[in-house]
Design a protein around this ligand. Structure first.
Ligand SMILES: [Zn+2]
Length: 314
């Protein structure tokens, strides 16, 4: 399956989720016993990371064998089926949060450490970062959706981790993904960036906001730009998306053509907004800025939106 190229960290997940197979609990249980199966241990939202095998190499996501966690599985640790790789090897994730740090004692001691995904993502293989993001988002959903939102009964995991069922009122609950629009408004040779009060000084980024119920992506882009920066746009174009497991969002990257350069930051979400020229942003991306403007690193979709625009007509 060839998809358009996506420049974003956490996209391009290589696993086949085989949703038609994971509905079969016996098949999933058999895959967990497959000697070629991998399982990603996570602890309090952090994936298990192995240090570089040799000096100069990169750290790796710590895929282990499911048999190492038989006790934790027996005690009820949440296990999630992630998918099959190109060799049909199954991948799982397990949430060990109920235990003391398993990297400090037990089977994982001495192998590596649980590490914040955001900080390690730029260093690990892109495909593994995407798999870790998938695990993080769904396991977080399980940890925060233990009870039925219709009747309050404790729900149980179903469909290899992609559903929770209420044993009392029989409501089925599915993992949520929260859509967020992030957009680069442009006018001629300028792009609009904004900064939040709490950000590091001189850090500016594309504006963003949650899509609200009953709203199209285009409407959300136009609304957020108008609300946060007083910027009116008439054209919205899709660029790319980024799975963003903080905790379970999908960043929808867009560009938008502004009607003019009138702006008025709301002073709440956006403390300051400014139009930046293509030449200025090109220098910033090349590390040649004068220090008065910084943009997010390549890890962030905002960076990719800015880079794409700068390079498009340069
Ligand atoms: Zn219920």
């Amino acid at each position: 399956m060839a998809l358009p190229p996506n420049p974003n960290t956490f996209a391009n997940n290589p696993l086949d989720r085989v949703s038609y197979k994971r509905v079969n609990a016996d098949w999933v249980a058999g895959q967990l016993k497959n000697p070629d199966a991998f399982i990603l241990p996570t602890w309090r939202e952090d994936p298990f990371i192995l240090p570089p095998a040799k000096s100069g190499e990169a750290p790796e996501v710590g895929f282990m064998r499911p048999g190492m966690f038989a006790d934790s599985i027996a005690k009820g640790a949440t296990v999630l089926f992630l998918g099959l790789d190109h060799k049909e090897r199954p991948y799982f994730a397990i949430d060990l949060s109920a235990e003391p740090d398993p990297s400090q004692e037990g089977a994982l001691k001495g192998f590596g450490e649980f590490t914040d995904l955001r900080s390690i993502a730029p260093q690990i293989a892109a495909a593994d970062a995407a798999i870790a993001a998938q695990a993080k988002a769904i396991l977080k959903w399980h940890s925060t959706h233990q009870f039925c939102s219709a009747c309050g009964e404790k729900s149980v995991i179903a469909e290899a981790g992609y559903r929770r069922d209420c044993p009392k009122c029989e409501t089925q609950h599915f993992p949520r993904t929260d859509p967020v629009v992030i957009m680069l408004a442009t006018h001629g040779d300028k792009a609009l960036l904004g900064r939040q009060e709490i950000w590091p000084k001189a850090m500016f980024s594309a504006l963003a906001g949650f899509v609200e119920p009953g709203e199209s992506i285009e409407e959300a882009v136009a609304r957020e730009l108008l609300e946060e920066a007083g910027c009116k746009v008439s054209t919205v174009r899709y660029h790319s998306t980024q799975p963003w497991p903080y905790p379970m969002s999908l960043m929808i990257g867009c560009t938008a053509e502004a009607d003019n350069e009138d702006i008025e930051p709301d002073g709440i979400e956006i403390a300051e907004a400014r139009w930046c020229s293509r030449a200025e942003l090109r220098d910033v991306l090349a590390g040649k800025g004068d220090g008065s403007l910084f943009v997010p690193p390549p890890f962030a979709i905002a960076h990719q939106l800015i880079r794409s625009w700068v390079e498009r007509d340069s």
